[in-house]
Design a protein around this ligand. Sequence first.
Ligand code: HEM
Ligand code: HEM
Length: 158
Amino acid sequence: MAFEIPDGIKTWSQFGHPILMWVLLGLAVYALYLGLQYKKVRSADKETRKELVKQKFGERHHQAGSILLALMVLGNIGAMAVTYINNGKLFVGSHLLTGLGMTCLIAVSASLVPLMQKGNSLARNTHVSLNIVLLGLFGWQAITGMQIVQKILDKMVS
Ligand code: HEM
Ligand code: HEM
């Protein structure tokens, strides 16, 4: 017996990804803040350092980064699945390709962590650069993503 997903679930599932991605955009900005605070800890004088270390910016950044990594991969693959279920195809365009590019960037960025923890400054600078590009692309994804939301809403009312 073939399993049919109910139409209501098919249609409404399209809003899960955009909502998740707005939350992740906030989390990415927070991760940037924590990362910059951690950078400050390493270059601060002894007294300021003592105060900053208590706030565990490094550990909190790593946690935020890990959550971001996991949810970005799941959110990206989930969106492709939902798009396919609703349209019987994927739309090879800016949003899909940028999304796949971003997922690759965050994976490479996270894979540099063991080297960074050994104090490799090339890995650290690459990590920061990749993630700045990631944040820029995220802004672009939010614009093209909202255009898709608009299209879905238009389709729902017509
Ligand atoms: C929006 C995404 C991210 C941004 C903007 C970002 C930014 C930064 C910055 C500015 C630093 C400080 C570098 C320095 O001290 O010079 C840093 C360090 C670090 N990041 Fe990220 N990061 C992001 C995502 C991630 C992810 C996905 C992970 C891992 C899952 C991660 C793990 C780490 C770790 C472990 C360090 C400290 C490494 C060390 O011991 O020196 N970050 N990051
Ligand atoms: C605020 C930001 C974003 C918004 C509003 C948004 C919105 C959307 C919407 C409405 C869809 C249609 C399918 C669905 O709803 O599941 C979609 C598809 C998709 N999104 Fe996003 N998105 C955003 C960010 C991202 C990010 C950061 C990524 C990847 C890291 C991504 C990857 C994708 C992919 C791969 C698809 C499937 C496209 C296709 O096959 O045509 N999106 N997005």
